[in-house]
Design a protein around this ligand. Structure first.
Ligand code: DX5
Ligand code: ZN
Length: 218
């Protein structure tokens, strides 16, 4: 069976206390910390940039999983790599040269992720299997936490797992993951589950109970 990793997204955390929030979720068992970067252009929301990621890095012991919802992405890869990201995921839809983008990420010796919006078919991945360490299947339209899981994506995850086979490529699910939807995507072949509102909803800085319960339940 596959080892499922939980990657809480700090998009739903307290933006005035990212350090304490990262430490709290790692104490409660988070495997990765999912960091959602938004530019107000590729998605209709703005979060933060590389300097915030660099500050957050100091409070993360494990994997810092940076999800770039920005376009263009190439001009910023160096800065996010310098910030300490262990994984940098770019959107297929963010520009015309995704192969070059993935090359640029890997040139820093860090893992390259490819994110697909709900409407994007997995056909593009076929020609990038040697360039990715992770494929992130968006199960909400990117930009916000707390949205409803798009169930049509479960079949997409199954097809993607069939395409990937046993290559060392993670399938990450991002959006609307809860204790109800997590089993669906785990069964379909995902191995990294992002959860923002399911982990932080009702939680507060340093308040262990909600984190622990929500993370392990997922
Ligand atoms: C949405 C982000 C997701 C989001 C997940 O654009 O990429 O990572 O934070 O939040 P929930 O788990 O609340 O859907
Ligand atoms: Zn994300």
């Amino acid at each position: 069976s596959r080892d499922i990793k939980i990657a809480p997204s700090i998009l739903s955390a307290d933006f005035a206390n990212f350090g304490a929030e990262c430490e709290a979720i790692e104490t409660q068992g988070a495997d990765w910390v999912h960091v959602d970067v938004m530019d107000g252009h590729f998605v209709p929301n703005i979060t933060f940039g590389p300097s915030t990621c660099a500050a957050i890095r100091k409070h993360i012991k494990g994997v810092m999983d940076v999800h770039l919802m920005i376009a263009p992405v190439d001009p910023y890869i160096d800065a996010f790599a310098q910030s300490g990201a262990d994984v940098i995921t770019a959107h297929l839809e963010a520009g015309p040269h995704i192969h070059r983008t993935l090359q640029a990420i890997r040139a820093h010796g860090i893992k390259a992720g490819l994110a697909l919006n709900p409407g994007t078919p997995i056909a593009a991945v076929e020609h990038l299997l040697d360039m990715v360490d992770l494929v992130c299947v968006m199960t909400v339209n990117p930009g916000f936490g707390g949205q409803k899981f798009i169930t049509s994506q479960v079949a997409k995850v199954q097809a993607l797992r069939a395409m990937i086979g046993d290559r060392p490529i993670h399938i990450e699910i991002d959006g609307g993951v809860t204790v109800e939807t997590a089993p669906l995507v785990a069964a379909a072949g995902a191995d990294v589950l992002v959860a923002g509102s399911a982990v932080f909803k009702g939680g507060s800085v340093g308040n262990p109970a909600p984190y622990g319960a929500n993370i392990r339940a997922i």
